[in-house]
Design a binder for this molecule. Structure first.
Ligand code: HXC
Length: 515
């Protein structure tokens, strides 16, 4: 056979292997508003950069007439490419081929590209669109998932791992994403559940739609399983590219710095953001934008546990992870979900050499039977653990309230913040003035001719004595009380001089965080 005819045969084979599940299945996919697996990869990666591998892999299953079925690429595309000019490893499950279900060879393809990513120290992107373990392949598909979960865990904190949920993902198809750093979902397209509505109905008799059980909004706002929510696949891909512009390739590198044009010492007016009445809420994102380069802030888990705001910004060109109490929701209190949300993000930043900026304004941990029974002790402790073990530069600014355990937990001097600054509006105390006055002056208040007047006087007395930054500053727990308009200048300087920070935690195999 001549080279030409061999080349033609190769082309024919490639066309066949790249054909997915056939026209009918592709039509169904498109009718659901979904791109095909190949279109997704092409849309996400830099133009013409996708290099596919293992196109000719086929399944080896025999049972349930599987030996008579051809599954193109065994239902998954794998390869390498560039994103924003940087190398990445990628896979995309093809729902048009046996529902993207994961058989043994399908898993082998994914495992192979995961091994490449870890070996080459580049990020891994997984586009998930799968009905889970391929039922016909029995334990071999479970084995495949096990191999994937193991690698997800080994790669955790070494290379960025991104999961994109673009279809109904069930069973094993949701556990790999849960082990990765960031999960992206798209309205109406993404669904995630361990067991679907039909199983729930037959086992428990409960009826629920797929959307209400595990739709994009459910995971972005209620469960916290998703970190980014988009209205369309296109918007989702833009979000992924934005995220990649902020983070490093691996844990040996720092994120790329972007030179800035704006002055390091840009000032802003506190009056326009923080209300003069300390009980009034404000949007902490306005403070973040006032500090960040070009007022950009890339928020993460924006719809979940909104009493804490987390996200990434650049300050003086450098990527910074921001954790801020959000007074607009529940007065910025810490609870089970907000502690989980912040603690995981702190560990992400620490693993990938991203300095942490913490903005504090909270009345403490949320009291209540629900929270106590939901394990606020265990979950709240995650925040203490994450901040304490983090060795990246840690800069804290106390904006207003820093009461009780909340003061300690929000990256205080005692958890080894490198720099703690406080605005003159800061109130650092064991608890709020009203609660404190009621306890320590109870006798005087009860015995007074006018208890309300006496209570007010004692609240004022307490405020003057303790609800300010100067007592903490007198003990050196605050490094500087600063004018709000100078916040950016102080942070920029702190970041600049922390660039070569080196601290080591005690030598150990690993800690035992309150998971
Ligand atoms: C084999 C599967 C499959 C699976 C879907 N298909 N899931 N084949 N194994 N797990 C096939 C269907 O038979 C169908 O094939 C095609 O994919 C499209 O599926 P449809 O049902 O027609 O699509 P849709 O109506 O959109 O429903 C999608 C779905 C549903 C919600 C995902 O297919 C479903 O519920 N699948 C089973 C989900 C599940 O229970 N998975 C858990 C597996 S156990 P044809 O030939 O008709 O086109 C597991 C354990 C791992 O994952 C545990 C790890 C911890």
């Amino acid at each position: 056979m001549s080279l030409r005819s061999k080349t033609n045969e190769l082309r024919k084979r490639m066309k066949n292997a790249a054909s997915g599940g056939g026209d009918k299945a592709i039509e169904k996919q498109v009718a659901m508003g979904k791109m095909t697996a190949r279109e997704r990869i092409i849309a996400l990666l830099d133009e013409n950069s996708f290099q596919e591998y293992d196109l000719f892999v086929e399944h080896a299953a025999k049972d349930f007439d599987m030996d008579k079925k051809y599954l193109a690429g065994d239902g998954v595309l794998t390869g390498t490419g560039l994103m924003n000019g940087y190398p990445v490893c990628i896979y995309a499950q093809d729902f048009t081929v046996a529902g993207g279900s994961l058989g043994y060879m399908h898993a082998r393809k994914i495992v192979k590209i995961m091994d490449h990513a870890l070996k080459l120290q580049v990020p891994l992107i997984g586009i998930n669109d799968s009905g889970g373990a391929r039922i016909q392949e029995g334990v071999n598909s479970l084995a495949g998932y096990g191999e994937i979960f193991y690698r997800n865990t080994l790669a955790s904190g070494v290379i960025p791992q991104i999961s994109v949920i673009l279809g109904p993902c069930a069973g094993g198809a949701v556990y790999s994403p849960a082990l990765t750093d960031f999960v992206f979902v798209v309205d109406k397209i993404s669904k995630m559940f361990i067991t679907g509505p039909e199983v729930i109905k037959s086992v428990l008799g409960e009826e629920i739609s797929m959307e209400d059980l595990g739709g994009a909004r459910v995971h972005a706002a209620i469960t916290g399983n998703a970190h980014f929510y988009a209205e369309s696949e296109k918007e989702c891909f833009t979000q992924i590219k934005t995220l990649f512009s902020y983070i490093p390739w691996n844990n040996k590198n720092k994120a790329k710095a972007y030179p800035i044009k704006m002055p390091k010492s840009r000032t802003f007016k506190i009056g326009s953001i923080m209300p003069s009445d300390s009980k009034q809420p404000y949007d902490v994102r306005d403070v973040i934008r006032a500090i960040s380069d070009n007022s950009d802030f890339f928020e993460i888990q924006a719809m979940f546990a909104q009493n804490i705001t987390i996200g990434i910004a650049r300050v003086n060109g450098e990527t910074v992870g921001i954790v801020a109490n959000q007074p607009m929701y529940l007065a910025g209190v810490l609870d089970v979900d907000s502690s989980d949300k912040a603690a995981r993000f702190i560990r992400y930043c620490d693993a990938f050499n991203i300095p942490l900026l913490t903005l504090v304004d909270l009345p403490g941990y949320l009291p209540g039977i629900d929270q106590e029974h939901a394990g606020v002790i265990r979950h709240g402790a995650k925040l203490l653990y994450a901040y304490s073990e983090a060795t990246v530069p840690k800069i804290t600014v106390i904006l207003r309230k820093a009461y009780g355990g909340g003061y300690i937990a929000m990256c205080s001097n005692h958890l080894r913040a490198d720099f703690v600054f406080a605005w003159p509006t800061a109130e650092i105390a064991v608890m709020g003035p009203e609660g404190a006055a009621n306890i320590i002056f109870r006798k005087e208040i009860n015995e007074a001719a006018d208890p309300d007047k006496m209570r007010q006087e004692k609240v004022e007395e307490y405020k003057t004595k303790f609800a300010n930054p100067y007592v903490a500053a007198a003990y050196g727990y605050i490094d500087a009380v600063i004018e709000p308009k100078e916040t950016r200048r102080f942070i920029v300087h702190a970041l600049e001089i922390s660039k070569n920070k080196i601290i080591h935690n005690p030598d150990k195999k690993h800690g035992i965080p309150p998971f």
